[in-house]
Design a protein around this ligand. Structure first.
Ligand code: ATP
Ligand code: MG
Length: 578
């Protein structure tokens, strides 16, 4: 599903969506007014700290934080760290940084709203005992295989576990044994007692707690039982007084259990109404991009990329290094909308948002990415031996107030190899024997010859300056030219490494087959380029439009004044559309 960009271009008020309607309805009805909460609504972004965030998370972050902002609410950043095994501090730090980079924070009403689900383990355990005592949960000692077989499927109801009819007292005793570490991993689980014949398989006595003798990054060895996500998540929302718990469509079938759990805990006096409600929207799928942490980790571990922050990765650290801006990502999220219908968004939409953001911001510069030497043979007679000619150009053609950039023309310049053809094809307007072209912002030159090596590769082009044609002087256009070419002076060019990136995957829906086989073999090409001297001293992460080539960024990690490194963000035009 390609989102057409021309019917939702910038400057329009944010499009309405079903979540806004829900929130407006709730606010109007005063659904949460009795709480006297200074926040009108509460949303949350609840990542599991088991990897770096990706573009799909950016959508969820944008949605939750912007809705809270728009309606006078607060959005919580909550680490859903209930799984002891895969979580690490490195990921917690990375997620905090990514959300900040996107421009959001969780300070409101003089408080931080950063939370850890693992801080609620005590409450969760009390809730579990309360359910057991009320006959709403039981300890099941069936083997995992028996449990699977007895769950049934879409066409077959499940079969009650033989342990389902144990008394609450017996179940409480077993649960305490689980907690005290008397049983090995997998020996038993705590399950809700709902309905083994429910048409919704998620209501067939879902697991609430499992035994896992593992050290947790926050709680250490305090626990050897851990809550299941489906049990933990509603409780986390309720304890934080979330009003609108927004998740992706995969969780739609979990909503009845979400409500069952919170309603029962409220009846047992453990929670207070009004309770949070869950709403689902379609996850973001972007063509040519993987949005699964597990598969992104595989790319890193198998060495297909240099790390989570490889500029080809759709992680936020990767997109940042590639040169994408938080503003462009926000624009993209807004334009891609919020709906209940899934589908694929064409990657070109991300680049359209990027260009819309960068075009007015990025300073212009000339760059030669595939350099070929052009020698101006009459320089000494026309200009003078040892002289160079100062030239200038606007920093931004539409913003004269940003001033001009300075560079100079000398007897030898670098031009793009593709700007010379010894035997020009028809309609070729650049350099070829006898042809007259303008060196942009400089002089008109006439090509007089070229030199090639034994293989026929051109090693140098020669030309003559045509006097009195200097750009910006009277009569400069007395000699008509069909072509204008970009260049940088050999005497003042900045030599730089330029990394030319392209899509990481060659297939539009990667992840359906073997990842390694779906990769684009030409996703990265490194060239030694010559750049306009105005780029000397560019700070890491500063972005430019290299005239005719596209948008480039000084690499966040590797760029320095001594060893400049620029990454290609994207071209000037869409080359993706089929
Ligand atoms: P992954 O499969 O990549 O691990 P996840 O959904 O398991 O993703 P979480 O850390 O649990 O990752 O996600 C945090 C939040 O981000 C969740 O609310 C989830 O719904 C949301 N999210 C994840 N991927 C997308 C996506 N592609 N589009 C929109 N929201 C997403
Ligand atoms: Mg997850």
């Amino acid at each position: 599903m390609a989102a057409p960009h021309d019917d939702n271009t910038s400057n329009k008020p944010a499009a309405s969506n079903f979540l806004r309607s829900v929130i407006e309805r709730d606010l109007e009805a005063g659904a949460y007014a009795a709480r006297h909460d200074p926040a009108a609504i509460r949303t949350r972004f609840p990542p599991e700290p088991n990897g770096y965030l990706h573009i799909g998370h950016a959508k969820s972050i944008w949605l939750n934080f912007s809705l809270a902002q728009e309606y006078g609410g607060v959005c919580h950043l909550r680490f859903d760290d209930t799984n002891p095994e895969k979580e690490e501090q490195e990921y917690v730090d990375g997620i905090v940084e990514a959300v900040k980079w996107l421009g959001w924070d969780w300070q409101a009403h003089g408080k931080s709203h950063l939370f850890y689900a693992s801080n609620y383990f005590d409450f969760m355990y009390r809730a579990a005992e309360a359910l057991v005592s009320a006959g709403l949960a039981y300890v099941d000692e069936q083997t995992p295989e028996q449990m699977r077989a007895n769950r049934g499927d879409f066409s077959r109801p499940g079969v009650d576990s033989p342990f389902r009819s144990r008394s609450p007292e017996e179940n409480v005793a077993r649960l305490r044994e689980m907690r005290e570490g008397q049983h090995p991993d997998g020996a038993m689980v705590l399950r809700a007692k709902i309905d083994m014949a429910s048409p919704n398989i998620n209501l067939r006595d879902p697991a609430l707690y499992r035994i896992k003798h593992a050290t947790h990054h926050n709680t250490g060895d305090t626990w050897c039982i851990y809550p299941m996500y489906t049990f933990a998540h509603p409780i986390e929302d309720a304890l934080e007084h979330i009003t609108h718990s927004i998740c992706t469509l995969e969780f739609e079938d979990q909503r009845p259990f979400y409500d069952w759990l919170l309603d029962n805990l409220a009846k047992l006096g453990l929670l207070e109404a009004p309770l949070p409600k869950q709403y689902e929207f379609a996850r973001l799928n972007l063509t040519y991009v993987i949005t699964s942490k597990r598969k992104l980790r595989q790319l890193v571990e198998e060495g297909h990329v240099t790390g989570w922050d490889d500029p080809r990765m759709p992680t936020l650290v990767g997109l940042r290094r590639r040169g994408y801006t938080p503003e462009a990502l926000k624009l993209f999220c807004e334009r891609s909308g919020v709906s209940k219908a899934g589908g694929w968004i064409d990657y070109s939409n991300l680049d359209i948002a990027l260009r819309d953001d960068l075009d007015p911001k990025a300073a212009r510069a000339m760059a030669v990415l595939d350099p070929l030497k052009l020698r101006l043979t009459n320089w000494d007679e026309v200009i003078g031996a040892g002289q160079t000619l100062p030239c200038d150009a606007p920093v931004h053609p539409a913003q004269p107030e940003r001033g001009r950039r300075a560079f100079s023309l000398g007897p030898e310049v670098w031009i793009e190899r593709e700007d010379f053809q010894a035997v020009p094809p028809k309609g070729y307007h650049r350099l070829s024997p006898g042809a007259v072209v303008r060196l942009k912002y400089g002089y008109v030159v006439r090509c007089t010859g070229h030199t090639a090596d034994a293989d026929g590769t051109v090693t140098e082009v020669q030309a003559e300056l045509i006097p009195d044609t200097r750009s910006g002087t009277p009569g400069a256009d007395s000699v008509k030219t069909k072509g204008v070419i970009s260049w940088v002076g050999a005497h003042d060019a900045l030599a730089a490494e330029v990394r030319l990136y392209d899509r990481l995957f060659a297939v539009p829906h990667p992840g359906e087959g073997e990842l390694a086989a779906e990769l684009n073999p030409d996703s990265k090409r490194v060239v030694q380029a010559y750049l306009e001297p105005s780029l000397r001293g560019a700070a890491p992460e500063s972005r430019f439009q290299f005239e005719r080539h596209g948008y480039f960024v000084a690499d966040l990690q590797d760029h320095s004044a001594e060893q400049p490194v620029f990454n290609k963000v994207t071209g000037l035009k869409d080359t993706w559309a089929k």
